[in-house]
Design a protein. Structure first.
Length: 306
């Protein structure tokens, strides 16, 4: 057993060394965030928000879940949230002529925190759903996508539809929407006489990546934002992408209290940043260009209730 553990350690080390030594761009994890895109105030957006009761004078208080990049994590000072969500929040605050104050919150706590007025808005990878729209307003800023990633030198072609995964060995996390989507695709393929997929589950990200690099698995299926960020090391590449609400589309949005009068101002702010290029910069910093939207929408159709 000890000998087998030693072999595994050597294999993991062999994987980690080239990752560390690769030419992937270094993420800016400084609390100063000198490279974060900034924006000018937008008078029209400020007017649209004139009836909103902000928590603090001259400040936009934003709740965000600080857990994992590229969404949000702590800077090197271990207290300042950085990532794509803070970048989007900064653009909205700048547009409204306000200073940004980020408040870290657990994912399970953001709805109550927002309803109770602890935050003015939440920017935390929140998907628009019809159920949530009963309590909140939404201003969209990113597509909710699932990515299929393969080894960078993989000979697999583009994966665009269910039949393209037939016979593949796929890694996915258990009890996730992407697992359910894969299972539906597989059922459809088998019914059509195609080869079934082999689904693999891993609790350790390093072992998962080793499975792709060694050829034990053909592809990883998971949240595109996270997989795209990890793909900066050049070890994997995008082979396919589909909506996190397949077959429906799904979008991520800045979330505000229902009827509070802020959503339209935020939507205008986001659309202005999309047009002037700041939005694209905020996505490219975290390798999220593939999830860009053409325009922000207030309360678009969301994922239907079960």
């Amino acid at each position: 057993m000890t000998h087998r553990r030693n072999i595994l350690s050597v294999l993991l080390a062999a994987l980690l060394v080239p990752l560390a030594a690769s030419a992937q761009p270094a993420a800016d994890l400084s609390p100063e965030q000198a490279g974060r895109p900034r924006a000018q105030k937008i008078d029209e957006a400020i007017k649209l928000a004139k009836d909103f009761k902000f928590q603090k004078e001259g400040v936009l208080v934003v709740g965000t879940t600080t857990g994992r990049l590229p969404f949000a994590a702590y800077a090197t000072d271990t207290k300042t949230p950085v990532g794509n969500a803070p970048d989007i929040a900064q653009l909205v605050a700048d547009s409204l002529g306000r200073k940004l104050e980020l408040v870290s919150t657990a994912w399970a706590d953001w709805p109550l925190g927002l309803q109770s007025g602890k935050f003015d808005v939440v920017v935390s990878n929140v998907t628009v759903t019809e159920e949530r729209k009963e309590k909140f307003d939404f201003s969209t800023y990113r597509n909710d996508q699932i990515g299929i990633y393969v080894k960078s030198d993989s000979k697999l072609g583009a994966i665009k539809e269910p039949k393209d995964i037939a016979g593949l060995k796929l890694i996915v996390s258990a009890s996730t929407n992407q697992e359910q989507i894969l299972l539906r695709w597989n059922k459809q393929n088998v019914a059509a006489g195609l080869k079934p997929v082999e689904i693999q589950y891993y609790d350790d990200d390093v072992v998962q990546r080793l499975a792709i690099q060694s050829g034990r698995a053909d592809a990883y299926v998971g949240p595109n934002a996270i997989a795209a960020y990890e793909a900066r090391d050049g070890k994997t590449k995008l082979a396919g992408v589909f909506s996190g609400g397949w077959p429906q589309t799904a979008e991520i949005a800045v979330t505000s209290r229902k009827g509070s009068g802020l959503a339209d101002a935020v939507t205008l702010a986001l659309n202005t940043q999309i047009k002037n290029g700041n939005y694209a910069k905020a996505l490219s910093r975290w390798n999220l260009e593939s999830e860009a939207i053409a325009a922000s929408r207030t309360n678009p159709p969301g994922l239907p209730k079960n």
